[in-house]
Design a protein around this ligand. Sequence first.
Ligand code: PRP
Length: 213
Amino acid sequence: MRYLTFALAKGRLAEQTMELMEQIGMPCEEMKEKSRKLIFVNEELKLKFFLSKASDVPTYVEYGAADVGVVGKDTILEENRNLYEMLDLKLGCCKMAVAGKESMKETIDNMNIIRVATKYPKIAEEFFLEKKQRTVEIIKLNGSVELAPIVGLSDVIVDIVETGSTLKANGLTVLEEICPLSARIIVNRVSMKMEHSRIMDMIGKMREARGGL
Ligand code: PRP
């Protein structure tokens, strides 16, 4: 039997995913040990796991370096890779939204050019083009995006909103919701054929463990 390889977005989502893997009888003891290893193996079940930056997970899966990936819908939309999205795990639920100062509610529609700061240039550009029929100036940032409208770098932001407390603490508000987000199981297209029963069996167990998604 060949190894089934998993790419996980490092952080809380990877931890929640490994709890789920344990629940469905596909655990990885090696991953619980503190070490600087990058790849973790369950020899008995022929499983391999590695952690990567969230935005790299779809890349590993598209090229087949990982058969399966677990990553947020935000990253899947932004990366737009050639792969199958198989299951919504309903973990890490939040939303993508346009946010800015309250005063933007009245002014935004009359603006000639809207400057949008975001970690998600593709999602932002597509939203304004398709839903608003507007071209916008995208300013790509890599974090703490809420700063941009406060210091005058942009008019609005496109970012993830979970509890809304970051926006509130910075005097910003949701202007428009773009889409709901949550963690998804993604699968390489060839792996889906070669390892069909193994992957479908795992997805069935995950669905059951998550309360019949
Ligand atoms: C995310 C997101 C918001 C915040 C939303 O940032 O970009 O800043 O969480 O959460 P809230 O609505 O519950 O306040 P993250 O912590 O991932 O860090 P970042 O600044 O690097 O984007």
